[in-house]
Design a protein around this ligand. Sequence first.
Ligand SMILES: *[C@@H]1O[C@H](CO)[C@@H](O)[C@H](O)[C@H]1NC(C)=O
Ligand SMILES: *[C@@H]1O[C@H](CO)[C@@H](O)[C@H](O)[C@H]1NC(C)=O
Ligand SMILES: *[C@@H]1O[C@H](CO)[C@@H](O)[C@H](O)[C@H]1NC(C)=O
Length: 206
Amino acid sequence: MRLSTTTTTIAFVFASSCLATALPSSFSSSPHAASSSVVEEKRSTDQEILTALAGTYTLVNTSSTLHDLPIPDEPYGAHPVGVLIYTASGYMSATITATEPFLRPNLTFPYQASDSDADWALVGKHSVGYAGPLRINPDIPASETEGQVFHGPLTVANVPTWVGAEHRRNYTVVEREEEGKSVKYLEIGSERGGGYRGILWWKRVD
Ligand SMILES: *[C@@H]1O[C@H](CO)[C@@H](O)[C@H](O)[C@H]1NC(C)=O
Ligand SMILES: *[C@@H]1O[C@H](CO)[C@@H](O)[C@H](O)[C@H]1NC(C)=O
Ligand SMILES: *[C@@H]1O[C@H](CO)[C@@H](O)[C@H](O)[C@H]1NC(C)=O
């Protein structure tokens, strides 16, 4: 899929007459107030950003910090797997699980009467799956390569309190040449409250 490179030019035109009436008289005596000024700023629309981000990504790595000091990623373990899907129409879905057998007993679905709740509790603690709307945060400057999105209000989540929640995620698109091919990575930063932060790297596969 090709990325949209179109940008919209938004021109802010300040009419000098409006400024002159809005500002104190000392300002209107300045020579600049007499001429109108045009500030041109290149901005992508939310639709262009969603179209640029839309794709399927696999999880590369995760890292966590508490007050900027690295801490182990307890829920996801050391070798998590995940898939993140963003659509151009504004939906997202994310699934991440640990892979270590001691964090993830080899259970089957549906659960069996002989399964222990402790085994299922481990599975629950070391996996997340959620989906819902995706939108660009309008309060922070956003482009096709950097900005902030909201996941949510989530319509489905394995973590009960996440249903209806809106998660803030910073995104940065990093493009690298690998073996003669251009590979796109998505670096996602999340503020988890209480000084906890997470960084997740995703590689675009589709
Ligand atoms: C995660 O993967 C990205 C992409 O390959 C890399 O740039 C980054 O350094 C890695 N981070 C960690 C903590 O391994
Ligand atoms: C996990 O369970 C499945 C289904 O019962 C089985 O086929 C597989 O061999 C098991 N894997 C391990 C690592 O025990
Ligand atoms: C996310 O972006 C905001 C605004 O640029 C910044 O204040 C915040 O520190 C960032 N958080 C993370 C986890 O990257």
